[in-house]
Design a protein around this ligand. Sequence first.
Ligand code: 3PG
Length: 391
Amino acid sequence: VIKMTDLDLKGKRVLIRSDLNVPVKDGKVTSDARITASMATINHALKAGARVMVTSHLGRPEEGVYSEENSLKPVADTIANKLGKPVRLIRDWIDGGFDVAEGELVLLENCRFNKGEKKSNDELSKKYAALCDVFVMDAFGTAHRAEASTHGVAKFAPVAAAGILLTEELEALSKALLNPARPMVAIVGGSKVSTKLTVLESLSDKCEQLVVGGGIANTFLKAVGKNVGKSLCEDDLVPTAQALMSKMQARGASIPVAVDVVVGKKFDANEPAVLKDAGDVADDDMIFDIGPKSAQELADIIMNAGTVVWNGPVGVFEFDQFGEGTKTIAKAIAETKAFTLAGGGDTIAAIQKYDIYDKVSYISTAGGAFLEFLEGKTLPAVAILEERAKQ
Ligand code: 3PG
């Protein structure tokens, strides 16, 4: 792909698609991680003397209707704070009619207010393209969506380039997944096997150890004949879990299964935690975490790894008494010499809770796009940049 950093942007009209889809409460941004991560690209364009236009989606508003709830106003305030100067937010922008000076930045309202955005309507995409000399795709978090602002515009813009964040994300993910230092360990947590099945299938061909956690692990415990009581478990996927385990075993790889677990009787913040051997789970127990022996085994695996990819906690870590497993894993990830890559909302929450943010080699800003990359899927917004670079 063409990188924005290889282009002369002086005086050019540069349209940047960032992923500034951040949580907002009472008109204020509550976590600005995605905005911070997008600033390298924005600052680069400003310093280069470009006429900078930035757009993003925020939430999933109805197209063709303005809603204050989905306005980028709080994002404009946050960027203004970071730049130390006001940021103009332009509401009706698809037909142009606004000026941007060299080295100035304007924020273009939520692109999902525009009719045709989601379906990547060509007419709308051409309008976006007409606004700029260079289109910069930097929204890695939305790169799995073929929308007008992520994909369509890249077809028609005079030049379509990759931003700094997008480039960094692709390099980190490729390093971990396409060319990993061995042994490679993947940790996939989450409540259901069904929602992560493609991820599990794809990773089971790539890594030496596939650690499953949370509700997903219960289906695997059942697959090795253990009682999981009233725990979240997908009985119909037990044969799938067995097949994944034998497939990995056949090539000397494995899916480790917990030897001890922490159970409760109901899902409640005050529910006492009870430690049991994995073989002793009662019919009315619910498994909420792995036990210390299992956690230590996983920590050892992580310490000996060359690469660790982490998506999803291994227990109900939002309740402290069921968070020890995830905490042990987080600590091992912080300490290992392996290249460590983490992504997904719950994972980042765990990273924050156990205070290892600066100790992970790379933390992706993406949720869905991260998972699709793990699944081995092509991200359409990246594919179009590759196509354009060949022309
Ligand atoms: C995300 O938060 O995962 C991205 O911003 C994409 O959002 P979407 O799922 O609404 O397309």
